[in-house]
Design a protein around this ligand. Structure first.
Ligand SMILES: C[S@@+](CC[C@H](N)C(=O)[O-])C[C@H]1O[C@@H](n2cnc3c(N)ncnc32)[C@H](O)[C@@H]1O
Length: 327
């Protein structure tokens, strides 16, 4: 957050409370359309008229957003302090603020019972805008890491992408390998996003979709490579063991499974803290977590894969590609 305070000017958790309240105020600004409406400096009264909001509430929200460095006071009213507030990254914050302020409502309950408080994907399916933001965020991330993915994934002629949703990984790999055909498996709402991307890329003849549950659909056989990107961290351990056994059965002997996962620990303090709260979020919504490398290696061994190789991503610090070959 742009609010930089000296370390000891309040009670022990005062800065945490401020950060949470400031992030909630930012979310309100994003949801109400404050930043888009500030296409030029406006007074709070003018802004309230554009947004259809209460003038006094709008003034107080703007003052809070100034405190946290998201707005500045210009000669003729409030103005945005940064371009990102009206750019693509604002969608990422709209997504995370919805997760934190809606789905984390029952965090104590999931920690108490050990059961997910919500079914994250059912929760997403009920919120089409949030689902679109989730897939958009992952699609942008796929673009960012594509060169490293293309250099590490050992393709042949048949690729299966489980939970491949937005289809950006299949698109990038098929674009790089003209003989490659891909099948993307995902839930129906995500498949709709991926189909549009594949049509726009002109690859509908080489990338096909299967809408459904990868735990029960027929995954086919003799694939050269199966992608499980950002999948195992969203599932309990036993479900991962079962899915990896199904993946092994869908591969030809010597074929490879490639996982994309967050590293359990990172030397960077912020990345490490993110891995902790991300893991808690996965537990809360899906019964998953950021798993230790040893757990992933042992599931792979049980499913009949050889020793995995780990490829830390320069384009996404704190994440690695994990490649293992079926014996
Ligand atoms: C975290 S996203 C990862 C998307 C993509 N693999 C990536 O890394 O950018 C997990 C994906 O798995 C899909 N998914 C979750 N449960 C599934 C299930 N039971 N069957 C098929 N797809 C599922 C979700 O819809 C989502 O698109």
């Amino acid at each position: 957050m742009p609010l930089h305070l000296p370390p000891d000017d309040g009670p022990p958790s005062f800065h945490d409370m401020l950060a949470a309240a400031g992030y909630r105020a930012l979310a309100a600004g994003l949801r109400l359309g404050v930043f888009e409406a500030l296409d030029r400096p406006r007074s709070a009264g003018e802004l309230a008229a554009v947004l259809g909001t209460d003038p006094r509430g709008t003034e107080l929200l703007c003052q809070a957003l100034v405190s946290f460095g998201h707005l500045v006071v210009a000669d003729d009213g409030y103005a945005n302090a940064a371009d990102w507030l009206t750019g693509p990254y604002a969608e990422v914050e709209r997504f995370w603020s919805t997760v934190l302020f809606e789905s984390w409502e029952g965090l104590e309950e999931s920690v108490r019972t050990g059961k997910p408080f919500v079914d994250f994907y059912a929760w997403l399916a009920e919120r089409p805008e949030t689902l679109r933001r989730f897939q958009g965020m992952l699609s942008g991330h796929a673009d960012a890491i594509a060169p490293e993915v293309v250099s590490v994934v050992p393709v042949g002629s048949s690729l299966l992408d489980l939970g491949g949703g937005h289809a950006k990984h299949a698109i990038r790999l098929c674009a790089a390998h003209p003989a490659l055909h891909a099948t993307v498996v995902d839930l129906p709402e995500a498949v709709a996003v991926g189909e549009a991307a594949v049509a726009a890329a002109g690859l509908a003849d080489r990338i096909t979709f299967r809408a459904g549950d990868y735990d029960s659909l027929d995954l086919g056989s003799d694939h050269d490579v199966v992608l499980l990107f950002n999948v195992v961290h969203g599932r309990p351990p036993a479900a991962n063991e079962a899915l990896l056994a199904r993946v092994a059965a869908a591969l030809r002997p010597g074929g490879a499974v490639v996982l994309l996962e967050h590293d359990e620990h990172s030397p960077d303090r912020a990345a490490d803290a993110f891995a902790r709260v991300f893991g808690l979020n996965l537990f809360h919504g899906q019964g998953g977590q950021v798993y230790p490398a040893g757990a992933i290696a042992s599931w792979l061994a049980s499913a009949g894969f050889g020793e995995p190789s780990w490829h830390p991503l320069r384009s996404s610090p704190g994440q690695s590609l994990v490649v293992a070959r079926r014996g």
